[in-house]
Ligand binder design. Structure first.
Ligand code: SF4
Length: 494
């Protein structure tokens, strides 16, 4: 059996996933743009972490792992103390150690992760490296996970010793050794049967620790689970979900009427089964009466940096770079303004300034899922003291257009139990069904985030095209809010 450490951790999550990757990879979903972005972030973080262990030598990547093993051996023979991507093979198990520190008494393993904590799956990742090195006769002094310290705030310069935390997981890696031979034995038995796919049920493991790339195959193709199913009503792995699945029930329509559910779950099931629209006009009227004209429909876009490039920024902090604002007057007149930062510079100060110019202190501001917008504004208010009173006034004036949908005052079966605007908009206005899909380049928040984060890599023409896409996307978000509010008002009069 030949196995890399990524295949090993894949097998730890699910042996069927390992088997599919080895014997039927065409059924796996290819990584999308956001998975690709996570991968690229990992590479950048990995390279930077090497600077914690300076003056080392990197083993160049080669499709021929023997070449990498030979280079590793050469660096070790030459007395190199820090080797990046040090490569070893024991009995078909191939591991590349992100950073191997070599000293007279032995070696230390450093596995670099671009997350902010040590997850259980990382321990398996480190443990298989420990197993290979130990089996090859090395004295492994320690095994460690190098991860991002989320409480780090960047100063003028990047302080790598503060940005990264090093967690010694030697005890955990050693504890896992006891079972590694059993695990490898199971993997070998599973993989040796190339004809028969393992019969493994779907479950919590399909999304934990990673969303499996075989879900389309196992869930949709093999088990026919619809896009909106009992899994949208009951948490994956919950007692009720498991109970229904054991009875072969995945379609919401098949949930027995006397099945015990919370009020929220019952309401969602009832709406779906009856195909009816439920409108609580009194509650919606009460919500609309809290709004005064002109109404400022606001939506932010943010991005994150694993390695903060700007002073005062923490790893993975939501950094606002764009907003769209539709100003709706009582007579129906609409005005639009917007802000989109230049890439490569800290956008927060200019954005905060422009926001205060565009939104007066004493108007109704409407957001969809206001917790996000409020959080962004609170952070800006903390950072820009002179703008703080104005920003906090905007913050306090925000109302949430999501409320009528979240509180189930307006529910249609096509909302699929969701109150996200991406479901609410087409449910209320079927003519808007394809509005986001028709946008060029940027069609959701994740794409907007990636587009802005990668903008500096683009040439001028491509950059301008992407900026236009971002502007169109964000503008549609606030226009959607205007349309949703107007539809709520219209339905009150029916
Ligand atoms: S979708 Fe679930 S059952 Fe299928 S391979 Fe992935 S983890 Fe295993």
């Amino acid at each position: 059996m030949t196995l890399s450490k990524s295949l090993y951790t894949r097998g730890i999550q699910c042996q069927k996933s390992l088997w599919l990757k080895k014997h039927n990879p065409s059924v796996l979903t290819l990584p999308d743009a956001s998975a690709q972005a996570v991968f690229e972030t990992g590479n950048v973080v990995g390279d930077l972490a090497c600077e914690l262990f300076p003056n080392g030598e990197a083993v160049p990547f080669s499709r021929d792992s023997d070449e990498m093993i030979a280079t590793t051996k050469k660096w070790m023979d030459d007395g190199v103390q820090n080797i990046y991507e040090a490569t070893f093979n024991y009995d078909g198990i191939l591991v590349m150690v992100d950073i191997l520190h070599v000293c007279e008494e032995g070696v230390s393993i450093y596995e670099v992760k671009s997350s902010t904590s040590v997850k259980d799956i990382y321990l398996h990742d480190v443990s298989i490296q420990y197993y290979v090195l130990k089996s090859l006769g090395f004295h492994v002094k320690s095994a460690n996970v190098v991860h991002i310290n989320s409480s780090y705030i960047r100063g003028d310069d990047l302080d790598l010793s503060e940005l990264f935390s090093v967690a010694d997981v030697t005890v955990e890696a050693v504890a896992l050794q006891e079972n590694i031979l059993n695990v490898l034995g199971e993997f070998e038995a599973c993989l040796s049967d190339k004809e028969n796919e393992p019969d493994i049920e779907i479950g919590k493991h399909c999304k934990n620790p990673y969303e499996c790339d075989a879900m389309e195959y196992c869930w949709r193709e093999q088990r026919g689970i619809p896009e909106y199913s009992v899994f949208n009503i009951f948490n994956l792995g919950s007692k009720k979900q498991v109970e229904l699945y054991a009875k072969g029930i995945v379609d919401i329509k098949e949930i027995p009427d006397d099945f015990t559910m919370t009020d929220k779950q019952s309401q969602a099931v009832k709406n779906y089964k009856s195909n009816e629209t439920h409108i609580d006009r009194e509650a919606i009227k009460a919500f609309i009466n809290t709004l005064t004209y002109p109404i400022y429909h606001l939506d932010f876009e943010t991005f994150q940096q694993a390695i903060p490039e700007f002073k005062g920024v923490s790893p993975f902090m939501q950094i606002p770079f764009q907003y769209s604002l539709h100003v709706e007057h009582e007579d129906g007149k609409l005005e639009h303004c917007e802000f989109l930062a230049q890439d490569g510079e800290d956008p927060k100060a200019l954005l905060a300034q422009k926001l205060c110019e565009d939104i007066p202190c004493d108007v109704t501001v409407l957001a969809y899922n206001m917790g996000f917008e409020k959080g962004v504004i609170r952070k800006l208010a903390t950072e820009y003291e002179e703008l703080s009173p104005h920003l906090l006034a905007i913050h306090d004036n925000i109302k949430d257009l999501m409320t009528p949908f979240q509180q189930k005052h307006y529910v249609t079966s096509s909302m699929n139990g969701s109150y996200s605007i991406k479901y609410v908009l087409p449910a209320l206005m079927p003519e808007m069904q394809n509005a986001y899909k028709q946008l060029d380049g940027v069609q959701n928040g994740g794409e907007a985030m990636n587009a802005f984060a990668n903008m500096s890599k683009l040439g001028e023409v491509e950059k301008q095209r992407m900026r236009n896409s971002l502007l169109e996307y964000c503008k549609l978000d606030t226009l959607a809010m205007v349309l949703v509010l107007n539809k709520l008002k219209e339905d009150l009069n029916e």
